[in-house]
Write a protein that binds this ligand. Structure first.
Ligand code: CA
Length: 692
């Protein structure tokens, strides 16, 4: 009897220890309980496939809202909710972390890392965050200002907080950490501005740096004392020539994909674009520039290099290979192969051998014209003659810098054998600038960017803007599409596949459940706003839930109105209702009679707008305020207070005093007043809301 009580105590203690993330370790992430979602891509293979099937083709019609939560930010929401032991962990824009009772939606705790608002300036593509990692009683988050923070999973209290980047440089973190063999792996972003990319591994218990792998050589030629030293010297250095990379760091940030192959014991990192984008400026037009736009395999304990595959040698178009890296076991030509799959921005779907990195196949998953095909012998794309826009050339090519596929995660169903790609069709214009000077801290792409109307750069004619989306069911064995659904916009949501024979994906405010085999839509729910984040699914007390963060933003997702971020959670028979969002307000045209006339040079202002403002405020992007309809441009003092003095820095509008002068600011105002007097035809953009 005594012995039995003793056993009960041991079992009881083990159950307590299993609570709140204590039970999550590598074995569990590789083979999770079917009702849980323990890492960004659900398991280390990152297939985003759930074995749950209570919600299936027959029952999905009864799916309804179980609970919802609204957050305090209207910026892009990209997080995948993780679920363990009845608790759902999600992050929002500005790197905030929330824990909810996954059944009732009751908020258990919230954590705000207090990222300074002006840090938003350093984020090319919004102040987003893609989620947490869970490991042995802790939750880990990377913050926009470059910190990696360990929180107690039960309370949200900080266990440790380390700076992973140089705060003086425009590094950001938007990606989710991954925990592999007791080490927390995290990368960073900033390659549009000018940084040197790397991935770091920290001890999960202590926060001590274990190893770091740089993706580009050190311009000084000196070793970094990092895991990358040997391979950068032996393989990468000779692929770089003289150019701006020596000042800028060369780019190559690891801002999203970090995948662990537990079978081959390899970490696979996805490496981003070069800085500047323009290969001619970056490296004199010479060399492959390793390891830009590559998948690199490393040993998890040491960060030692094992293999790499470069998708875009001599990258010159922002064709990152940071996109989702997925592992699967496929039968190819009668052989069982363990493969790595990726649909990077350059528009080719790659299947590689997971152990060696050897290219098995590569085909276009969207229409492209920058390259005709990938040569299977050399593993290199065969470029169209116009693609390199040097020496006065111009290329309006598919795909654009937003890519045939961006960060939105794909899903793979081992049942159908299909990869579901949230793809996009877009055309980008690239031209070589007449002059270029690297400006620390600013955008340094080395590519001409357009202003508008008579103020447009004379050589720059934007291409036809095919900016549409597709959900593609892709057969990775035959490299052909099985079915697809088209949307009138790009940047739709990430994807979830389930053993209920379903694929969940959102576009145009609607979360839709498709038949995974045929693409037939079986269920549709109006979320009230556009979602870009991938849905996840889990089970509590025998009921299956589907959860998705709602709220657009991010890269290319800024053509819809800003709405407060929400988390929507569904189950069969759910009857909850989230209140409707307030209607988007379209600001009226300015009464220019109220404007103080400007003596500034509107042509010069147009150039400043194109170089420094258009990324957030220009073109079709209706996400940040349309300055031509902003009362802020009516008077010079108020405008200067915002642009030069940083009056709105807490909302992400940092001071531009380090980039242009008071006189330049008045030139910019002259251009914006000209724009206000020459409005484009077509519908006006809704105003951005006034939350952060
Ligand atoms: Ca980029």
């Amino acid at each position: 009897m005594k012995r039995w009580v003793g056993w009960a105590a041991v079992v009881g203690a083990a159950l307590v220890l299993a609570g709140c993330g204590r039970g999550v370790d590598g074995r569990k992430i590789a083979h999770p309980p079917e009702g849980e979602w323990l890492t960004y891509g659900r398991t280390y293979d990152e297939q985003r496939f759930s074995p749950l099937k209570q919600i299936d083709k027959a029952t999905v019609g009864k799916l309804g809202l179980a609970w919802w939560a609204e957050f305090d930010t209207d910026r892009g929401q990209e997080a995948t909710p993780l679920v363990h032991d009845g608790v759902l962990y999600a992050t929002t824009a500005w790197s905030k972390v929330y824990a909810f009772d996954a059944k009732s939606g009751r908020r258990l705790w919230a954590y705000d890392p207090k990222v300074p608002g002006e840090k938003g300036f350093d984020a090319c593509c919004d102040v987003v965050n893609r989620g947490v990692a869970i490991w042995r009683g802790r939750v880990y988050v990377g913050t926009l200002d470059g910190r990696l923070i360990a929180l107690d999973a039960r309370t949200g209290k900080v266990a440790w907080d380390v700076q992973t980047t140089d705060r003086e440089r425009p590094y950001t973190i938007t990606g989710a950490p991954r925990v592999i063999k007791g080490k927390v792996l995290i990368g960073n972003g900033g390659a549009e501005y000018g940084v040197r990319g790397y991935v770091s591994a920290y001890d999960a218990d202590t926060g001590k740096l274990a190893w770091r792998f740089y993706t580009t050589p050190n311009a000084t030629g000196a070793p970094d004392g990092a895991a990358s030293d040997e391979v950068l010297k032996a393989k990468a250095a000779a692929t770089w020539s003289d150019g701006v990379w020596k000042e800028s760091g060369g780019g190559g940030t690891v801002w999203d994909a970090i995948t662990y192959d537990a079978v081959n014991d390899l970490v696979l990192i996805g490496v981003g674009n070069g800085n500047p984008w323009n290969h001619k400026l970056r490296s004199g037009g010479k060399g492959d520039n390793l390891f830009l736009s590559s998948i690199v395999a490393l040993k998890p304990e040491t960060g030692a290099y094992v293999w790499h595959y470069q998708t875009t040698p001599g990258e010159s178009w922002d064709y990152t290979a940071t996109q989702h890296i997925m592992l699967a076991d496929l039968k190819i030509a009668g052989q069982d192969r363990r493969v790595v799959m990726q649909a990077p921005k350059n528009g080719f779907f790659y299947v590689l051998d997971a152990r060696t990195g050897q290219l098995i196949s590569a085909e276009k998953y969207v229409p492209l014209d920058w390259a005709t095909h990938v040569d299977l012998k050399t593993g290199r794309p065969v470029e169209a003659p116009f693609a390199r826009y040097t020496n006065g050339g111009l290329s309006t090519q598919m795909a654009s810098a937003l890519g045939g596929h961006n960060w939105q995660p794909m899903a793979f169903s081992p049942r159908t054998g299909l990869v579901y790609i949230p793809a996009q069709l877009n055309r980008g214009a690239y031209a070589d600038p007449d002059r270029f000077k690297y400006t620390p801290g600013a955008w340094n792409t080395g590519v001409i960017r357009a202003a508008q109307g008579p103020h447009a750069h004379p050589r720059f004619k934007p291409g036809a803007g095919e900016a549409t989306g597709e959900l593609i069911a892709w057969d990775p064995v035959t490299q052909t599409r099985r079915w697809s659904v088209a949307f009138p916009h790009q940047a739709s949501s990430g994807v979830l596949a389930t053993d209920g024979g379903l694929v969940f994906h959102a576009s145009q405010n609607h979360l839709v459940a498709y038949d995974a085999a045929t693409g037939a839509p079986l269920w549709r729910y109006d979320e009230g706003a556009r979602a870009i984040a991938p849905p996840a699914t889990y089970v509590i007390d025998g009921e299956q839930y589907v959860a998705q963060m709602v709220g657009t933003g991010g890269a290319g997702g800024r053509d819809a109105p800003r709405t407060m971020g929400r988390l929507l959670v569904f189950k069969l028979g759910g009857t909850a209702k989230a209140p409707a969002y307030p209607a988007a307000v379209v600001p009226p045209p300015l009464d220019l009679k109220l404007a103080t006339a400007s003596k500034g040079d509107a042509d010069k202002g147009g150039e400043i707008f194109a170089n420094s403002c258009a990324m957030c405020h220009g073109g079709a992007a209706g996400y940040h305020p349309d300055l031509a309809r902003s009362p802020a441009i009516l008077d010079p003092e108020g405008f200067r207070a915002i642009v030069q003095d940083g009056a709105l820095k807490d909302r992400g509008m940092a001071s531009f005093a380090r980039f242009f002068s008071v006189a330049d600011t008045e030139d910019l105002r002259a251009f914006l007043l000209w724009q206000a007097a020459h409005p484009p035809t077509g519908p006006a953009r809704p105003a951005a809301a006034h939350a952060q």
